[in-house]
Design a protein around this ligand. Structure first.
Ligand code: CUA
Length: 340
């Protein structure tokens, strides 16, 4: 009789376990792995998931069996028999979770420590978070700045992250590594991209009205392609102002919000940059001064019909040379009669 009951509970447990395990395994819960750190993180994920599946199966089996076997008859209003606890059971349900939670802590700590190890041949990228965009600076490449995170494949990268205003959170799902970026302190994260491709970096901390749009591109490139890009950018910035300024304009993604005929951009979120002279006149400022101020301190003058607080203030962190080139380029465009 008792053996039959245990057998039934075990049977229900096996069925429930099989169904939930199938759901866990056959639904693609995780995005493709895009970094060498991903394996460790996925191991922790599956380790915890396996424990959860086992516990769920046991609890579900006992619950289902009890509901079915000990259900009170509709007209039965009597109390159940008084029970005085069970020392063996209590020790078990204290000891088992203790062991499991300790195991999870150990496995997670090992994964975290391994993922933060950094070899000597690494690259550094400075990440600046701000409502509502990211900016990346490459100190190993003359402080080149970009609105797109470009990384060479297979090279360990240390991301040093700061925030200018509120808490943001850096996460590229394919890389697995994730970190909150808290104002006033530098956060670091180590990632070794393992697969060439385009990814999306989104902010994972509700940081204000524009949070949903705080997404930047991440490109993982062949080392040679990365070097070519870095060299081209450095040359462009160092070269004649107009060409360098155009490179900065494109690299910073200015065109996604601003129209500028010469760059072929048609963004409408911000004022058209083909009418800079007019806007400078409206603001009552000399053209070059107006352009520079509008980049580093965008709310000093806000064109009628547009809102303050839309343009990021990250651009006053642009390295001097790149800022100069950008200003020169925009002034030249305004001077050439609307970039025709
Ligand atoms: Cu930054 Cu959400």
């Amino acid at each position: 009789m008792r053996r039959a009951a245990v057998l039934r509970v075990v049977l229900i447990g096996i069925v429930v376990g099989a169904v939930t395990t199938a759901i866990a395994i056959f639904v693609p819960w995780l995005p493709d792995q895009g970094s060498e750190q991903a394996d460790d993180y996925d191991f922790v994920f599956w380790f915890v998931t396996a424990i959860c599946l086992a516990i769920f199966a046991i609890v579900a089996a006992v619950s289902i069996y009890s509901v079915w076997k000990f259900r009170a008859k509709p007209d039965d209003d009597s109390d159940g028999p008084p029970i005085h606890g069970h020392t063996g059971l209590e020790i078990t349900w204290t000891a088992v979770p203790f062991v499991l939670v300790t195991a999870i802590a150990i496995v997670s700590t090992v994964a975290l420590a391994r993922s933060e190890r950094l070899s000597d041949d690494h690259m550094t990228v400075e990440v600046l978070a701000q409502q509502f965009t990211w900016m990346f600076t490459y100190p190993d490449h003359d402080d080149l700045a970009s609105g797109t995170l470009r990384l060479p494949v297979g090279v360990p990268v240390e991301l040093k992250m700061r925030s200018r205003d509120v808490i943001h959170s850096f996460f590229v799902p394919e890389f697995r590594v994730k970190r909150d970026v808290v104002p006033g302190e530098e956060q670091r994260i180590v990632v070794t991209p393992s697969k060439i491709g385009e990814y999306s970096l989104a902010c994972y901390e509700l940081c204000g009205l524009g949070h949903f749009g705080m997404r930047n591109r991440v490109l993982v490139l062949e080392q040679a392609a990365f070097d070519r890009w870095a060299e081209r950018q450095q040359q462009a910035v160092a070269g004649p102002g107009e060409e360098g300024g155009k490179a900065v304009f494109e690299e910073q993604g200015c065109g996604s919000c601003h129209a500028l005929a010469d760059a072929g951009s048609t963004g409408e979120l911000g004022p058209s940059l083909d009418r800079l002279q007019e806007q400078a006149d409206d603001a009552g400022r000399p053209l070059e001064e107006f352009v520079r101020e509008s980049i580093v301190n965008p709310d000093a003058y806000v064109e009628p019909g547009f809102s303050a607080d839309v343009m990021p203030e990250t651009f006053d962190d642009l390295p001097e040379q790149q800022l100069d080139a950008l200003v020169e380029y925009l002034v030249q465009q305004a001077g050439s009669g609307g970039g025709s």
